[in-house]
Ligand binder design. Structure first.
Ligand SMILES: [Zn+2]
Length: 272
């Protein structure tokens, strides 16, 4: 997964301003300013920007600092590439920076005014939050927990794979959904399995988590066994396909950037 990089990431907020050698994340909608070379995404440094916009600190990795530029800018030799294309490049620190930076970019785009008093918000000088210029209230980045579920049928040695009905991502995925208010992640897993596929599950076992800034999520992965009937009753609003796939036929490879890919590989390679 992209966050499993041999680099020490320090997410604690650093209030020192951006310097020439620091890396910059600049977004335009769902596109990011990069150079793609040898299947790697390369970010511009502050000194390479044509105009230096206002920058805020994102994180530090092995002493290298990454900033988010809050104004659209350009850099010689760099282009705005869609995030869907970025999902295909190598899982390295730049990849992690783009996903995390996009989460922060969404936070800035969606946090301009206080929802209590309506006055403008501005970034705190000390920490990663916005502060209201009217009432002083603080607003933190939204992180929405969501579960990903590998449902296994031991009798046929199969896993349930799905395809979403209305998303750009057209490859096989696993049953997934948001944790609702008042639910534990395990309760959400049971509810999503029933809602999306009509299946009851048991023996829910934690696998791993992953920060997923593409959609401001924290993903929580579980494996579970199907209980009772294996007959799928698919939610046609959410899914275009839901099928049992035999272990050897699962379309997965090692080294996936995503928790979904990692879980599919864990099943295919008999780690689960
Ligand atoms: Zn306010």
């Amino acid at each position: 997964m992209f966050q499993e990089i041999p680099t020490q990431v320090d997410i604690e907020y650093d209030p020192l301003p951006a310097k020439d050698g620091d890396s910059v994340l600049c977004f335009d909608g769902r596109s990011v300013l990069v150079q793609i070379r040898d299947n790697k995404a390369i970010l511009p440094s502050v000194k390479e920007l044509d105009t230096k916009g206002r920058c805020v600190f994102v994180f530090n990795a092995d002493g290298k600092r990454f900033f988010l530029c809050l104004e659209k800018t350009s850099a010689q030799g760099f282009d705005f590439e869609p995030l869907n294309k970025i999902r295909q490049v190598a899982a390295d620190i730049e990849h992690y920076a783009i996903v995390t930076g996009f989460h922060y970019y969404c936070f800035h785009r969606e946090s301009r005014f206080c929802s209590v008093c309506g006055k403008a918000l501005e970034h705190s000088p000390q920490k990663r939050c916005m502060v209201c210029t009217g009432c002083g209230g603080e607003v933190y980045p939204k992180i929405a927990p969501a579960v990903i579920l590998g449902i296994i049928d031991e009798q046929t040695d199969s896993i349930l794979l799905t395809r979403y009905a209305d998303r750009e991502y057209k490859k096989y995925a696993l049953v997934a959904g948001f944790v609702e208010m008042g639910e534990s992640a395990e309760m959400a897993a049971k509810r999503e399995a029933m809602e999306e596929t009509g299946l009851e599950i048991e023996d829910i076992e934690f696998f791993a988590t992953q920060p997923w800034g593409f959609a401001q999520n924290l993903l929580i992965g579980y494996f579970a066994k199907v209980k009772g009937s294996r007959r799928i009753e698919m939610d046609k609003q959410e899914l275009a396909e839901a099928v049992w796939v035999k272990r050897g036929d699962v379309p997965a490879e090692p080294g996936s950037i995503s928790l979904t890919g990692e879980m599919m590989w864990a099943f295919k390679s008999s780690q689960r």
